[in-house]
Design a binder for this molecule. Structure first.
Ligand code: COA
Length: 166
């Protein structure tokens, strides 16, 4: 069976394939770039939301297993990924959840998304978990193609939702 792409390389041990690309924990000074990328991708600027995400998942976040990583090339933030180890939610043993991944449109298809996912998976492994999960909109074929290319498959959980009146 083919090894999953996100597990093919240990990003800490391997020489970066594209010398200039660094994956590192987010810093406060990266927030403007993160907000710009998210605004480009979603069309909605959410400054307060991103400040709160930084507090929850940034380097000084107290929760073990919280990860907010950025990809930096030539001094510019070109992408980011956010995730966390969650214990026993939905009755599942501890696993890594990826909540968000975005790469600047003009920097895509050069392996940055793959490097970001490899890095967060390495962090999850160091935290002791052996499963990674994510959730995506069923009509977002781009993100589905990406995660499938990394070896992620439909899991045993299904999302349910309903509208609340009033
Ligand atoms: C999905 C995303 C993170 C991929 O980043 P990337 O840096 O371009 O990814 P990579 O270059 O590492 O691509 C890895 C693989 O993903 C798949 N892939 C990436 N972009 C693709 C596309 N446009 N069409 C089809 N497959 C694609 C390919 O299999 C690719 O491997 P290949 O280049 O060997 O064919 C990026 O396109 C993105 O940020 N999209 C918007 C994400 C989004 O909607 N976020 C909001 C919800 S969290």
């Amino acid at each position: 069976m083919a090894r999953r792409k996100a597990e093919r390389a240990d990003p800490d041990a391997a020489e970066p394939p594209r010398g200039a690309l660094t994956i590192r924990p987010v810093r406060r000074g990266d927030l403007d770039a993160v907000i710009t990328i998210d605004t480009q991708v979603t069309g909605l600027e959410k400054r307060d939301y991103w400040r709160s995400v930084y507090r929850r998942y940034g380097a000084s976040a107290s929760g073990a297993g919280a990860q907010f990583l950025v990809a930096e090339a030539a001094g510019e933030v070109v992408g980011f990924i956010i995730g966390e180890v969650r214990d026993w939610e939905f009755g599942a043993p501890p696993c890594g959840w990826v909540f968000a991944i975005d790469v600047r449109p003009e920097a895509r298809l050069t392996g940055i998304g793959t490097r970001l996912l490899q890095s967060i998976c390495a962090d999850f492994r160091r935290a002791g978990v052996r499963k990674v999960r994510t959730m995506l909109a069923s009509d977002n074929t781009l993100i589905l193609s990406f995660f499938r290319s990394q070896g992620m498959m439909a899991g045993r959980f299904i999302p349910l939702e309903m509208d609340l009146e009033g």
